[in-house]
Design a protein around this ligand. Structure first.
Ligand code: JHZ
Length: 395
């Protein structure tokens, strides 16, 4: 019998991407307990009480995947690889956001599914065939009726956001050709544990996948991983190349290498998760101490890149306006709003003035390299950076 075992409690958390308007500041925000646990049979690590998709993904969704050069390049490189290697005639993206992946393919070849109509509209306005729907069997049947089966399905940072994984893969099987390819990309549980990036857990991230767990789920749906790429994206992600079991494509050695790596680290053992939880508690204390010490010196700290992840950190560590003066972010829909729970103002990014800012706190730590390059002048002029991963520290 499968059992869900809790190992981490990240406290009461608001909706991770619900940036508040000024007129919402006085209203009481809804909070949800964020606990993380593991299914002792299929080894899926998930949050304990997932919220309904409709609460999180709707016409007010602020996230745009086109906001970082790193993502744009990653999508472009993958598209070139797909075109060369698989030569798909028809491709479907689940969770197409603002079209930053699909734009690398011809409009005739591509279909996008995106439940958040405000971002789906952006891709549609560029002439792409997109549908503002949740990914489920009804949507899959509709796609099949209108377009026939597809050669390739891609989905980045989306499957981990859908509670009913059985329906996800049943729906994929409805539209994917027998010799079709499925490519999934999501944060890696192994990297999350190694780097203590507990902020990968927030209400949208229902799952953080390991290869071990993904294989267990796929097995139930006659699907299997034949190749895996470890990416630097989002602090360490895995890109899983998946096929139907009767497709004769050879299984690449990368699958066994990754599986062995995960087993060796202990992803099959509850003990590993319990010690992760202890490190997270310690990380919280150390990060808070760093903030207190800096503020005692009257220095100005500004948040750089306001992320769903930073919602977890700020609310778990209780870091609010007292410590972070404001956040800066390039996303239009986040600007002139306030961070969920902690109510820190968010402003438009307009460069960093070293005379006014002493420290930045990396909300978007996953784009550290891109940010360091952009903010070279700030760093040369003595500006410092605070991050919580792999351990809280000042760079
Ligand atoms: P970023 C979102 O998570 C939500 P978040 C979602 N649940 C998910 O899984 C991942 O994305 C993939 C800004 N920025 O990508 C842009 C700058 O301001 O880490 C973004 O607002 N300047 C779907 O929110 C934010 O940082 C910059 O130079 O954790 C990054 O958000 C750069 C590089 C980014 O996603």
């Amino acid at each position: 019998m499968s059992e869900y075992i809790n190992f981490l409690d990240l406290g009461n958390q608001p909706l991770a991407n619900n940036y508040l308007k000024k007129n919402q500041l006085l209203k009481k925000e809804k909070k949800y307990r964020l606990k993380v646990g593991i299914n002792n049979v299929n080894k899926l690590v998930s949050i304990e009480k997932p919220l309904s998709s409709r609460i999180m993904f709707n016409q007010n969704y602020p996230y745009r995947s086109s906001m970082s050069k790193t993502m744009i390049k990653s999508f472009k490189d993958l598209s070139n690889f797909i075109k060369k290697k698989f030569k798909p005639k028809k491709i479907l993206e689940i969770g197409s956001n603002d079209g930053s992946f699909l734009k690398n393919f011809s409009k005739k070849k591509s279909i996008g599914i995106e439940p958040c109509s405000n971002v789906e509209k952006i891709t549609k306005s560029k002439g792409y065939n997109t549908h503002s729907e949740y990914w489920n069997k009804i949507t899959a049947k509709e796609i099949l009726k209108k377009n026939g089966k597809v050669d390739l399905i891609y989905s980045a940072n989306t499957i981990s956001h859908i509670q009913n994984l059985n329906e996800v893969f049943q729906s994929i099987n409805i539209v994917l050709k027998d010799n079709g390819i499925l490519i999934l990309e999501d944060p890696s549980l192994l990297e999350c544990l190694k780097r203590n990036t507990y902020d990968q857990f927030y209400n949208e991230h229902i799952y953080v996948f390991s290869l071990i767990a993904i294989e267990n789920v796929l097995h139930e749906h006659n699907l299997e991983v034949f190749h895996i790429q470890n990416l630097k994206i989002h602090g360490g992600s895995n890109r899983y190349f998946i096929k139907k079991k009767n497709n004769k494509i050879k299984i690449n050695s990368s699958v066994k290498i990754n599986r062995d790596k995960e087993i060796k680290y202990g992803l099959n053992n509850l003990k590993t998760y319990r010690s992760f939880a202890k490190r997270v508690q310690k990380s919280k204390k150390t990060l808070k101490k760093i903030f207190i010490k800096i503020k005692n010196k009257d220095k100005v700290i500004v948040g750089y890149g306001v992320t769903a992840k930073s919602t977890t950190i700020l609310n778990y560590c209780k870091i609010g306006k007292k410590y972070i003066s404001y956040f800066i972010d390039t996303t239009l829909d986040k600007q002139n709003k306030y961070t969920p729970g902690t109510k820190i103002p968010i402003y438009k990014y307009a460069g960093l003035d070293r005379k006014k800012v002493d420290y930045i706190f990396l909300g978007a730590w996953n784009f550290k390299d891109e940010i360091f390059k952009k903010e070279k002048k700030f760093i040369i002029n003595g500006g410092k950076i605070i991050t919580h991963t792999p351990v809280p520290r000042i760079i």
